[in-house]
Design a protein around this ligand. Structure first.
Ligand SMILES: Cc1ncc(COP(=O)(O)O)c(C=O)c1O
Length: 341
């Protein structure tokens, strides 16, 4: 039970907290990964922790189908499909997006898990939000007419319920930090729809955890600090929490968003190759690659103290590597490793 809410326990937690020996040596910091990419359904990732709460709520409401939204390559959608499959529910994803020309990466995994994907085209007349709202209404009506009870999960699972997944993760990480006696830990995490960051931050300030948190934005936001403070206020009101947070209390870095969501970026790919070559661990080009690129740039600019304990939460997303627009760029750069003899 966390803040009065219960969940279904289907994850192989605690996920490992691993020291990256080669990177630590190279950067002169104590660099750790919290391996949430290793969570155990649908090829893993951060959204599973949120889904432990959503599936409990959905089953209590006698739902027979999970419906969520995102981009065509949504990791959250893929993991929603996985959890739906595990609990015998149907699943569907709605994306306002173009057909990418092939069923690859997350779309392929969605199909394997029997998830229906609805792609909605821009029509030049309505906003993306209007199109999405209409599609949610239409798809829900279609399935409910066919006898299903649809449970809707918002974008990225980032609402007041989803936040609890990373509240739990912060407590789990705190325990590991204590056991491993890591001094002054500085946790770095990707910020997308923000539920992951907010869960960690909410636990840190309300449970008085001894860790510093920095969120790395991976796309341009109008006012990330303000949206974060607004989100926290909703969480605080829902669970009657005591700690207050103002926008200026939140350590959110938007310097490494690379200008667009899910865009192919050379330096992000370089960060992915660096991690792959040094540690044999794979990052993704949309989220964790951008966060690790930020960490590399910050380390280069002496942002971290020598020997500082830096923990990056590896939130998964690896199927993103196989999307056409990322894969083709990497194929060109990595051709040098292909030898035909
Ligand atoms: C792999 C990965 N990392 C990080 C995030 C960001 O998490 P959040 O949306 O909770 O901010 C996402 C969101 O989709 C993700 O798929």
């Amino acid at each position: 039970m966390t803040l009065g809410r219960d969940k279904l326990h289907f994850l192989n937690t605690p996920t490992p907290l691993e020291r990256m020996n080669n990177i630590s040596e190279d950067l002169g910091i104590e660099f750790y990964l919290k391996r949430d990419d290793l969570t155990n359904y649908g090829t893993g990732g951060n959204k599973l922790r949120k889904l432990e709460y959503f599936i409990k709520d959905a089953l209590e409401q006698k739902a027979t189908m999970l419906l969520t939204i995102g981009g065509a390559q949504t990791n959250h959608g893929r993991l929603t499909a996985a959890v739906a499959a595990k609990y015998g529910l149907k699943s569907a994803i709605i994306a306002v997006d173009e057909y990418p020309g092939e069923i690859s990466a997350n779309l392929l995994l969605d199909g394997i898990m029997g998830c229906h994907v609805y792609l909605v085209r821009q029509d030049g007349e309505h906003t993306e939000i209007e199109l999405m709202k209409q599609a949610i209404h239409d798809v829900t009506e279609r399935w409910e007419h066919a006898g299903e009870k649809v449970y809707f999960i918002p974008m990225g699972g980032s609402n007041e319920l989803g936040v609890l997944g990373y509240y739990d993760c912060a407590l789990e990480l705190d325990q590991q930090i204590r056991e491993m006696k890591l001094p002054d830990p500085h946790v770095m995490v990707t910020v997308g729809s923000m539920g992951t960051y907010m869960g960690l931050e909410t636990a840190i300030v309300n449970e008085h955890l001894d860790m510093r948190l920095t969120g790395i934005g991976i796309m341009p936001y109008t006012d990330l600090r303000k949206s974060a403070a607004d989100y926290y206020r909703r969480v605080k009101d829902t669970y009657h929490l005591s700690a207050d947070l103002k926008p200026e209390d939140l350590d959110l870095n938007t310097d490494y968003d690379c200008g667009e969501y899910n865009n192919p970026v050379h330096e992000v790919r370089e960060a992915i190759y660096y991690m792959g070559k040094h540690e044999g661990i794979i990052l993704d080009p949309c989220y964790t690659g951008k966060t690790f690129n930020a960490i590399l740039q910050l380390a280069k600019n002496d942002y971290f103290r020598p020997g500082e304990t830096v923990i990056m939460i590896h939130t998964g997303g690896i199927p993103g590597i196989y999307t056409k627009h990322h894969r083709t760029e990497m194929e060109l750069e990595l051709m040098k490793y292909m030898h035909i003899i």
